[in-house]
Design a protein around this ligand. Structure first.
Ligand SMILES: [Zn+2]
Ligand SMILES: [Zn+2]
Length: 195
């Protein structure tokens, strides 16, 4: 999205507010995104700082993500805020190298496309769940356990951990209370024979 700043040129301290909507096509096709449901809504303020133009404001976008556990679609509104200064000219060499990353004014316009897209992308949560206790998918048959039950042996045990849980069961069965009692004394003997 390009913002025209000609009304602010030469007027340090002057600002305007702008509200715009524009498509979020760049979000479509991301693995976390099931469907983009609305345009990006931007409420921005642009201020002439003397050295450039400061853009601040809020973004929101309605979309469907996928539950991290069961992959079902999940309506979400992404909300984030932005703040970036666009400089009139590139900073002089030998100054703070971070300044290289700052965008420049292009004629009488600011190109906010990458600023807005990157801010929305990083606001996508790493993990989203459809409900706090979503049981996810059955590791055996892939059934959505929040919606259906299946005939798999025990869908609550991760099949990769099943052999381990069997082993633990055997250990606890063979460890009798008497054995645990003289565990301490046998340790003492070992220590003595070593010294
Ligand atoms: Zn879920
Ligand atoms: Zn199953």
């Amino acid at each position: 999205m390009r913002l025209n700043i000609s009304s602010l040129v030469g007027r340090k301290g002057a600002f305007f507010h702008v509200e715009k909507e524009f498509p979020a096509d760049f979000m479509q096709g991301l693995p976390e995104v099931n469907q983009v449901r609305g345009p990006i809504r931007a409420k921005l303020r642009v201020t002439n700082t003397g050295e450039g133009y400061l853009v601040t404001g809020d973004l929101s976008l309605e979309l469907e993500l996928r539950c991290s556990r069961c992959l079902r679609p999940l309506k979400t509104i992404l909300e984030t805020s932005i703040e970036e200064e666009y400089l009139n000219r590139p900073p002089v060499e030998d100054e703070d190298p971070l300044w290289d990353e700052q965008p420049l004014v292009e004629g009488n316009e600011l190109d906010t496309t990458s600023l807005i897209e990157e801010s929305l992308l990083v606001s996508i949560p790493m993990k989203t769940v459809c409900q706090e206790d979503c049981p996810g998918l059955c590791p055996g048959c892939g059934a959505v356990l929040a919606e259906e039950t299946c005939d798999c042996p025990d869908p609550t045990i991760d099949i990769r951990l099943a052999p381990l849980s069997k082993l633990l069961q055997q250990v606890s069965e063979t460890t009798t209370p008497e054995r645990r009692k003289d565990h301490g004394s046998s340790k003492e003997k070992t220590f003595k024979s070593k010294s």
